[in-house]
Design a protein around this ligand. Structure first.
Ligand SMILES: *Cc1c(COP(=O)(O)O)cnc(C)c1O
Length: 424
């Protein structure tokens, strides 16, 4: 069920009026629904239940401590890609023994931090990294659990900047190299080859790439087992698409259908690293119209959220539904159709870049100074990719639960913008 819906002509999150939140906390404002976060997590867990997966919520999608705590309480573990993310998981009070640690450039300090935290697996992306992990584990007199990250050369048909499992990307290694590294691990008692890892890209809107990936994964695990490794984990990463528009993404059950039987047949343990599919549609970005202007034959709606807040449209040409919080006209089902009472507009921010556009050429109802606007599906890769570009303080974050809500991150102040600068 969509937790962001219009009732009597205005937008609510669960049972809370969005306009009330904007009045109390100001804009730009990120609003998350607890029911939606938990609902998506449970949908994935239930869909994959027959494989009893370890679900490692991908911290980089949304790393707010309150969201991490919620995920931990729901029974999720975590996928981290840096020491900073591992620190966040610990700050949130979560158990780190089921954490997966990915990333092509782990430093010795990060490797040490992972080993101290007794994580489940390092997703190893190169021979040099394997050597570094062995060296640090040796110093600590530990055995490091490693999963080799395969680049299965599968085109996940997503944006060039978000495809990660295709030949020529910086991620992972080809299957031949994985075989060579496996031989190396076998001869090294500082390392244990517990599994393989793949992350194909994001967002993925068909199940076929996963069907092919799991097939390749099972073959590789078989080879490792034949060579004498105790290899059980297949970590298929994240990447499950979500509905940014209408109903373009398959449900979790469709992904499970192509993954679970192969995992069970191979008698493997399954790990998943969903990020976007848990928090993407659980959050929105609320902004306020500053001005409108007509120039060069176009209507511009200039509002107070910008590319520094939500980078996805500028970075990936991503589509986000946008509609006023109290619209004069109800949105068409696809938020795009040319309907009467609307006209095409560009929704832009105040940042000094032509690319600072949240939506281009969108049919929107008449908008005035002060009107609140909602950018939907902003819960993933929103705040975590935000910056202070143009010295803009980052917005506040609020978590809604039924008729209640809680501030989970204060709006940044001007003082905080300069606090780390050494200036005397
Ligand atoms: C980003 C990332 C994920 C999460 O991807 P989503 O599309 O948010 O599900 C999972 N695993 C790894 C290794 C990643 O880099």
């Amino acid at each position: 069920m969509d937790q962001f819906a219009y009732r009597k002509g205005e937008l609510y999150c669960e049972d809370v009026r969005i306009a009330d939140l904007a009045a109390e906390f100001g804009t730009p404002l990120w609003v998350y629904s607890r029911a939606s976060l938990l609902g998506s997590f449970h949908e994935i867990r239930n869909a994959f239940a027959a494989a009893e997966p370890v679900i490692c919520y991908s911290v980089k999608a949304n790393s707010n401590l309150s969201i991490l705590r919620l995920m931990n309480e729901a029974g999720s573990s975590f996928d981290v890609v840096s020491g900073g993310e591992l620190f966040r998981v610990k700050q949130a009070g979560a158990d780190t023994s089921r954490v997966a640690f990915a990333g092509v450039g782990k430093t010795d300090d990060e490797i040490r931090f992972g080993l101290e935290s007794n994580i489940l697996m390092f997703n190893v992306e190169s021979e040099a990294e394997l050597d570094a992990i062995a060296a640090v584990a040796g110093e600590m007199q530990r055995t490091a659990p490693v999963a080799l990250r395969l680049n299965p050369n599968i085109d996940a048909k997503t944006h060039v900047k978000t495809t990660t499992g295709k030949k020529g990307n910086k991620f992972g290694m080809d299957i031949e190299r994985a075989g060579q590294l496996a031989d190396k691990v076998l001869a090294d008692d500082r390392l244990s080859l517990i599994g393989i890892h793949m992350h194909l890209g994001s967002p993925i809107l068909t199940t076929d790439p996963y069907a092919r990936a799991v097939k390749k994964g099972v073959e590789v695990v078989q080879k490792f087992r034949d060579a004498g490794h105790d290899t059980n984990w297949i970590n298929l990463g994240g990447g499950f698409g979500i509905n940014y528009k209408q109903n373009e993404a398959p449900p979790a059950a469709a992904f499970a259908e192509v993954i679970v039987p192969a995992i069970r047949e191979a008698n493997c343990r399954l790990a998943l690293e969903p990020g976007r599919s848990i928090c993407g549609n659980a959050g929105v970005l609320i902004s306020r119209t500053i001005f409108t202007k007509r120039e060069g034959g176009r209507l511009f709606i200039i509002q107070d959220a910008a590319m520094n807040d939500l980078a996805r449209p500028a970075m990936y040409d991503a589509f986000h539904r946008i509609w006023p919080v109290k619209p004069a006209v109800a949105a068409p089902e696809d938020f795009e159709a040319e309907i009467s009472g609307c006209e095409p507009a560009d929704v832009v921010g105040p940042v000094c870049e032509s690319g600072d556009v949240l939506a281009k050429d969108r049919w929107l109802p008449e908008t005035h100074r002060g009107d609140l606007i909602c950018t939907f599906s902003a819960g993933a890769y929103g705040t975590t990719m935000s910056s202070n570009y143009n010295s803009r303080p980052r917005g506040a974050e609020v978590l809604v639960d039924g008729g209640e809500f809680r501030l989970i991150r204060r709006r940044e102040t001007y003082e905080e913008l300069v606090k780390n600068e050494v200036f005397d």
